[in-house]
Design a binder for this molecule. Structure first.
Ligand code: FES
Ligand SMILES: [Fe+2]
Length: 418
């Protein structure tokens, strides 16, 4: 008889060089590392973005999402509270809910054998539990209250719903810290968002390569020619990065500064963006002063997989869902607010072309992770070099740094115990 072959042990941590300036490539390639991440990070003591509160306004509203590999149902019940539970039937494991979202749902019935659940994830019915005509059915020892999908803890912050499988995760306020909380409040606080659109980008790379990209303020004005050519984001502009104590959460921010164009640093680098290109329709770049603090770009990430974006007036949340070692779903939700004027709403939608389905920016971020995934094939024992801006993972007034990328690895290694 053939023996069962067990997957190899996670890569030996001694292969990880000291500090945060080297990242071994096996971390993006190894199947057992991926499995361990599911257990330690996604099932572990972290908060994971699930949905926006405005997507579940009425009792009976529901949607389905993921935390890592795990499918999850999020609901609003008649007590007006938000609940979330694993989208996995307690009988034989089928998905309980097959739809992306819906309304007026009083219960969920598994299509396979019709086990039934209330909107809080309690098992409330088992088809043919008592058999038929006194024959068959479940034994007396079977108790419905002892079975059911795992339930999540829920935290809501400025309309963002987070969930966790862990009883050990600290409160969301403590998890995020004051600076990150303030930066979320700056974008979303005191306002009611309106969903302007959603789309999913399928990335041909490991989920951590996308998180590195989000935290990498160094690449933004080099890879993204559109940003620099049209002066939306240059490293010579005023701005900086903020990295929290854990390293896992970050903010990068900048102010549009047309004077920065006059500095010679960019010309010296001979980047591809030094061109005479002009937009046929410059209204694409028009914006309104929304925050009155001069900050025209704020990218915020929460470990492990949440991003809140403000690029001019294009506001979006991004949820990163790992699907395989080398495949990631990136779910975008674009936001306006209930008090937008029609002109403001139009401006937001136009700006969605900058970082949206038309993809001047997101297309490039979607490609470059794949370039890395392909480039590192056959080099699992080699490593990336993250020395831009030094070796620490601390806040900085320069964005010519990889400090927040090093922060990702600081938090990652703490979570993974390596
Ligand atoms: S798997 Fe759901 S009822 Fe059987
Ligand atoms: Fe980018």
């Amino acid at each position: 008889m053939n023996k069962i072959v067990l997957p190899p042990e996670p890569a030996n941590p001694v292969n990880w060089p000291e500090g945060f300036t080297r990242v071994p490539y096996w971390v993006f390639q190894n199947q057992s590392v991926y499995a361990e991440e599911q257990r330690r990070i996604f099932q572990g003591p972290n908060w994971h973005y699930l949905a926006l509160e405005v997507e579940l306004t009425e009792p009976g509203d529901f949607l389905t999402t993921h935390i890592g590999d795990t499918p999850v149902i999020v609901t609003r019940d008649t007590d007006n509270e938000i609940y979330a539970f694993e989208n996995r039937c307690a009988h034989r494991g089928a998905l309980i809910c097959l739809e992306n979202r819906g309304k007026h749902r009083k219960d969920f019935s598994c299509v396979y054998h019709a086990w039934n659940y209330d909107p809080q994830g309690n098992l409330t019915g088992v088809a043919f539990k008592d058999g038929i005509k006194g024959k068959g059915g479940m034994p007396d020892s079977f108790k419905m209250e002892q079975h059911g999908p795992r339930k999540l803890r829920i935290a809501i912050i400025h309309g963002l719903i987070f969930g966790s499988f862990s009883e050990d995760v600290p409160s969301i306020e403590e998890y995020l810290g004051e600076e990150i909380m303030n930066r979320i409040e700056r974008v979303l606080g005191g306002r009611t968002p309106v969903v302007l659109g959603r789309f999913t980008q399928v990335l041909p790379n490991n989920w951590k390569l996308y998180m590195e990209n989000v935290k990498d303020s160094y690449h933004a004005s080099i890879l993204h020619l559109f940003f620099t050519t049209f002066e939306l984001n240059r490293l010579s502009m005023k701005g900086g990065i903020m990295v929290d104590e854990s390293g896992g959460h970050h903010v990068s921010y900048s102010a549009v500064d047309r004077e920065a164009d006059k500095d010679v640093d960019y010309a010296k680098q001979q980047l591809r963006s030094e061109s005479e290109y002009k937009l046929a329709d410059p209204s694409l770049l028009e914006s309104f002063d929304e925050y009155h603090d001069g900050c025209t770009l704020q990218i915020l990430s929460v470990f492990p997989t949440f991003v809140l974006q403000q690029i001019q007036n294009a506001i979006a949340v991004r949820q990163i869902v790992p699907r395989a070692v080398d495949r990631t779903d990136l779910n975008w939700t674009y936001l306006g607010f209930t008090d937008d004027t029609p002109e403001q709403r139009l401006t937001r939608i136009k700006q969605g072309n900058l970082v949206g389905p038309a993809g001047y920016i997101s297309m490039e971020d979607g490609c470059v992770g794949g370039f890395v995934q392909r480039g590192i094939a056959g080099a699992s024992d080699d490593h990336a070099v993250l020395e831009m801006g030094g070796a620490d993972a601390k806040s900085s007034e320069s964005r010519v740094t990889e400090a927040s990328v090093r922060g990702l690895w600081k938090a990652y290694r703490a979570n993974m115990g390596i």
